[in-house]
Every structure is written in C-alpha cells, then in structure tokens.
Write a protein that binds this ligand. Structure first.
Ligand SMILES: Cc1cc2nc3c(=O)[nH]c(=O)nc-3n(C[C@H](O)[C@H](O)[C@H](O)COP(=O)(O)OP(=O)(O)OC[C@H]3O[C@@H](n4cnc5c(N)ncnc54)[C@H](O)[C@@H]3O)c2cc1C
Length: 615
C-alpha cells in the first residue's frame, strides 16, 4: 500500500513547489526596549508576587510567589519588589549622519516605506542583547547607531544598495532579528561615514520546497518561528531550533554559525545549509546547482558561515528538510549530583544513538526551575516533600546537590523506543531516577519564558547574561567548577554586594565533548559603572574557560564582545589570513560593522604568546 504523505521518486520529474509571497500573521508586535513580544513581561502583582503577563507561554498568568524569596536567598541581597531601578526608555538618540547623494540615489529604487530615518527604528537596528546593550537601552547613552534603515525586498535591491553604498562612501550593516549576544550589531563609535542598516525582514519568503529531494530555498530574513509554521504546513521541518527561534533569522543563523537545541538529530546550521547566495562588494556569490556533497576546491560560500556582517549580505539559502517526526516525547531524569549527570551524558554521547536533545542542568538551575513553579506545586512544597523522603532514606537525594536532565526524543516510533530504552539503561547505571515527561516538556518550555526575566531583574538592580563554550569531555567538570570559582573570587575581590548567581548546564553533546552554557548575574546597586564591572567579570570567566581548554564560543560567535581574545586562540598567520581576506574581499570596507577585528598588537591581551603553544 502506498502512503499518500510519502514523496514518490519519479526520475527526471520537476519536484520543486514554488511558493508565493507571504505575510507574517497580525498581532505579533515586538517590544522596542526589551526582549520579545510587546504583550509579555515579568511584573509584580498586587500581592508582591512575580507574574508573567500575556498568554503566549506556559509560565504566563500564574503568580510565582517563590521566585523573589528564592533569589533573595541565593544572592543574599535585600531584593524587594518595590525597590526598582526604574528604566528610562528611550534613551537620547544621536542625530543621523546624513549623506544627501546616497539618499537621493536610494529614493530612485526604494519606495519611501523602504527607507527610515526614525530614531527608534535606527536605535533598534544598532544593538543585540548583550547585558551592556540591554542596560544602555534603559539607563545608558548611545554614541553611534545606524543613520538610516533600509528594507530591501529582493536580491536586486540588495545588490543596488551595495553599489550605492560603495559609490557614496557609506557603510552597510545587515540586520536579521537583532538577537545576537556578541555586540555584533553595535556600530563602531568612530565611524564617520553614514551607516545604513539593511533590515532583511521583508525578504522572508520560502521560495520553493522540494519534498522529494528534501530541500527548500528560503530568504535570509525569514524568522525561525515562521519557517517552522510554514514548513509544517507541508509536513516538513528544517530542524534548526535555537532558543531564540521566535525572533532570529536564517541569515543571522548563518552569519553567527548558530546551533539549535535539536542539533543531535538535525545538525548545526552548517550541516543544514546546503547552499547560499550572498551579495558582496565583488557581486553575488552563487552557484548553479545544489548537490548533496561536492569536492570543488576552496568554497567561498563557506566563508559566510560566521561572517557576522563583515563580508556581505546573505540573501537566501537552500536548506535540508526533514519530515515532521512520527512521534515526539519529552522526558526528564534526576541524578544525585552533577558528576553522576555528566557521567550519564558522556555514556550517552559514546553510545551514539542520541535523542534530539539532552540537557543537564546543575543544582542551582534545577532549584531555579522549581522556584518558577506556581504556588501549589512550588519550591517549598517540593523541597519539604523531598526532604522528608531524604530523612526516611527512601531516595537518598540531597535537594542541594541533585541535578536534572531533560530530553526530547523525535523520529519514528522504533527510533524513539530504541533511544528511550538506551536512556533508561544508562540512567540506571548512574543512579538516575525518572522524573517524567511533563517535567521534561516544562524544562524546554521554560526556555522561552525565562528569556524575559533578564529585563525584569535588571529593573531590580541585577545584571544578568549567559555565555557558553565547548570543551572536551575530560575537561568539562573541571572547567565548570573553575569558572564558577573564578567568578566567586572576582566578585569577592571587588567587594560587590551579596553573592553572585552562577549556574551551568550541558546543552549539546558530541563524541568528543560538549557545549557548556553559563548564566551569571550580580546585584549592582551602589556599584558605579555596573556594565563595565560585569564585562570585567565575564572576561575573567572567559580567560578561565580558555585556560581550561574551552573554546572562545560554541555558537554565539565573536562579534565585538570577544574579539580581544582572538590572539589567544589563533596563530598570527591565521589572523593575518583573516585580515587579508577581509581587505581583498571588501577593499572599501563597505561592510564596516568591524566584528572579529583582532587587536593589532597581540600582546594587548593576556597570555597571547601562549596562544598556539598550548595546543
Ligand atoms: C534568549 C536568546 C537565546 C538564544 N539562543 C541561541 C541558541 O540556542 N543558539 C544560538 O546559536 N544562538 C542563540 N542566541 C544568539 C542569537 O539568537 C544567534 O546568534 C542568532 O543566530 C542571531 O540571529 P539574528 O537573526 O538575530 O541576527 P542579528 O542579531 O540581527 O545579527 C547577528 C550578526 O549577523 C549579521 N547578519 C544578520 N543577518 C545577516 C544576513 N542576512 N547576511 C549577513 N549577515 C547577517 C549581522 O550583521 C550581525 O553581525 C540566543 C540569543 C538570545 C537573546
């Protein structure tokens, strides 16, 4: 019997389905001064409890009475609901640097609604979501933002923009969803030329899908959540699901070399993208055919992965497709301590038959997720119940040491059943306890709601940010404990108030190691220049990461935030290649966003001379 949903191979058939123009659904208004949708924010209700507004997330609408008390305990500060560092958005907006010749030329081929000089629009295109950028939106000042925002609708318009910018001595900065966390969109402060933001959001179409050869051509400005919903209408998926999927774009994923939570099954972005088209200062990078694998010498299109706006504008990509999974299951496990959890993750990685996602959170993050539960099932109820069990010796788990692993299984029934059996067996070997599918699903859903918490805590004098790395298995636990200790020491040395909030999770597994993701927050009331202090502490943590054998970044990228560390990870010849390539490919520096510019003098960063020797 033939399955009508399964594609049939007919040799020589034209299997591409062309799709028409597409409009995003109404009512999806994004916030201008904070993360996410405009209708969603953490707030305090009349009884002093934390509450997530709106109805988009599972967390929304239920008071969270345990959150502030728990944070007070962990951070040892007097965190009061009524003690706010009131935000002042919008900040003062710098006057644009006008370029009359350029503006006249743009008006020749762009409609008025494709060009904006509006201050708020310009400001939004000049930042991502680093702690400093988020703080400066509320309390800081901006020396340089884009002078003009453009909204091209075709490859031809992008090509015209590049030609106009070169002719009139302007800078172009491609803009996707503005979700980067590397200062990648921050404008160079001393740039004298007119800076034009090229917002790709109107290039959001899926041009064609080919269900037989399992490919789709998607425009670079398409936002993750829209790609998911459109492909699902055809029973297909791309499988790239970063935690920022609601707002980040295909072009941004390629330009930052992003990684999604289900990379175990579908691959990282570089595994999924089969081809791309980019407009550069020398014209378009494009090829005639898309083959499953090629050996065609040096491949310039590969240089666009991780290019962070430095080399050109990605306009579309051909990506791999996967059928929607027959089944999807969530699960969760508890382990007595972090070491047992890591041993489980290692064995899972070595076994090879990986669930789509497996994440191991440390005890602080586990407690944090409990503190985010509504009253009836909250942290206190859970803790007292568990403590009783511990007292009676039934479980032997210590609430201050235990950790959790959340899992997502996707695939055919057989695949999922096989992977579940493997997980069960390995978990048992490491003393793991099943904690249920509901908790697993909740863990993944929390990811999207929690993204809003940073704006909330910032209004209560807490600066928070995440940073990540990848590290070989043997160095993983050592790296995590040394980074945590280094942050504690640096925090104490500066006599900052209370205790810092530091937590880690293992988010991605590989045969050779894993990705580790840290959250770090500190209470800054009374601290002058708090973002600079945060920056110092984060740099100290990064220094420790590199000393422990971790990478400069697993998926966030370099941008401007980490460029000072480049001489520590790459030889002078490597850096010289990169600089020479940029100079040759973009001689007028029309793509002048200035990411990944290593310090000219390698000695300006600590340990620079040990850089390559340590390998
Ligand atoms: C809450 C949160 C969760 C996150 N989770 C993840 C995660 O799970 N995995 C992950 O990898 N990252 C994650 N990130 C980081 C961020 O979402 C990624 O770096 C993402 O790929 C950026 O895409 P964007 O469209 O927002 O790009 P933007 O922020 O707009 O731009 C980033 C850089 O890419 C360049 N760029 C953008 N579009 C193009 C284009 N079309 N052509 C050329 N250059 C372009 C820009 O000039 C800039 O230099 C997260 C960030 C946040 C705030």
């Amino acid at each position: 019997v033939t399955d009508p949903t399964k594609p049939t191979l007919v040799s020589g058939a034209d299997t591409r389905r062309l799709l028409g123009p597409w409009q995003p659904p109404a009512g999806e208004v994004e916030s201008e001064g904070t993360w996410g949708f405009a209708d969603t924010a953490f707030t305090i209700d009349a009884e002093g409890r934390v509450l997530l507004t709106g109805n988009r997330y599972s967390l929304a609408g239920q008071p969270l009475p345990n959150l502030l008390p728990w944070m007070r305990g962990v951070m040892e500060v007097d965190l009061r609901a009524d003690d706010r560092h009131a935000p002042h958005f919008p900040p003062a907006i710098p006057e644009p640097v006008r370029n009359a010749g350029l503006e006249t030329e743009l008006a020749g081929y762009l409609r008025p609604d494709q060009i904006s000089l509006d201050g708020i629009q310009r400001l939004r295109r000049g930042h991502g979501h680093t702690q400093e950028e988020v703080y400066n939106l509320k309390h800081g000042h901006w020396k340089r933002i884009p002078d003009l925002v453009t909204f091209p609708e075709s490859d031809e318009e992008v090509a015209q923009l590049v030609e106009s910018a070169i002719r009139h001595g302007a800078v172009l900065i491609p803009y996707g969803g503005g979700t980067n966390v590397t200062d990648a969109l921050r404008c160079p402060e001393n740039e004298q030329r007119t800076i034009v933001s090229v917002d790709m959001k109107r290039m959001n179409r899926i041009r064609w899908i080919d269900p037989v050869n399992r490919l789709a051509c998607i425009e670079a400005g398409a936002v993750g959540r829209h790609i998911v919903s459109q492909l699902a209408e055809h029973g297909l998926m791309m499988g790239h699901e970063p935690d920022s999927i609601e707002f980040s774009t295909l072009g941004g994923w390629i330009a930052t070399r992003a990684s999604g939570m289900k990379k175990n099954r579908y691959g990282n972005i570089e595994d999924i993208v089969m081809d791309l088209t980019a407009v550069t200062a020398h014209g378009a990078l494009e090829r005639r055919q898309v083959a499953p694998r090629e050996s065609v010498g040096l491949e310039p299109r590969q240089w666009m992965f991780g290019s962070e706006g430095n080399l050109g504008i990605i306009t579309s990509a051909v990506v791999k497709l996967f059928p929607l999974p027959e089944v999807q299951h969530y699960d969760s496990l508890l382990f007595k301590d972090f070491s047992s959890g890591v041993a489980f993750m290692y064995d899972l990685a070595q076994a090879g038959d990986w669930p789509a996602s497996a994440r191991l959170v440390d005890n602080v993050q586990f407690q944090f997720s409990m503190a985010l539960k509504p009253a009836s099932t909250g942290f206190k109820a859970w803790k007292s119940k568990l403590e009783k069990s511990v007292v009676t010796g039934v479980l032997g788990y210590n609430p201050n040491q235990m950790v959790a692993c959340t899992l997502v299984f996707e695939g055919t029934r057989e695949e999922v059943a096989r992977q579940q059996a493997l997980v069960k067996r390995l978990s048992k070997q490491h003393g793991g306890m099943p904690a249920g599918g509901e908790n697993g699903a909740r863990g993944y859903q929390l990811t999207f709601g929690i993204a809003y918490i940073r704006d909330f805590v910032l209004d209560h004098w807490i600066l928070a940010e995440s940073f990540e790395t990848s590290v070989p298995w043997t160095q993983l636990e050592g790296l995590i404990s040394r980074v945590k200790q280094r942050l504690l020491d640096e925090h104490a040395a500066r006599k900052l108030p209370g205790k810092p909030f530091i937590t880690a999770r293992v988010t991605q597994i590989y045969d050779t190691g894993a990705c580790v993701y840290f959250y770090f927050a500190y209470y800054y009331k009374g601290t002058p220049n708090p973002t600079a202090v945060y920056h110092e502490l984060e740099n100290a943590a990064r220094d420790e990461i590199l000393k422990c054998g971790g990478s400069l970044s697993h998926h966030h990228g370099i941008g401007k935030l980490r460029q000072g560390f480049l001489p520590q990870i790459a030889s002078p010849a490597t850096l010289a290649w990169q600089a020479a390539a940029k100079q040759a490919l973009d001689p007028t520096n029309v793509f002048g966003v200035a990411n990944q510019v290593a310090p000219l003098d390698a000695s300006v960063t600590p340990h620079a001379t040990d850089a390559v020797k340590s390998h």
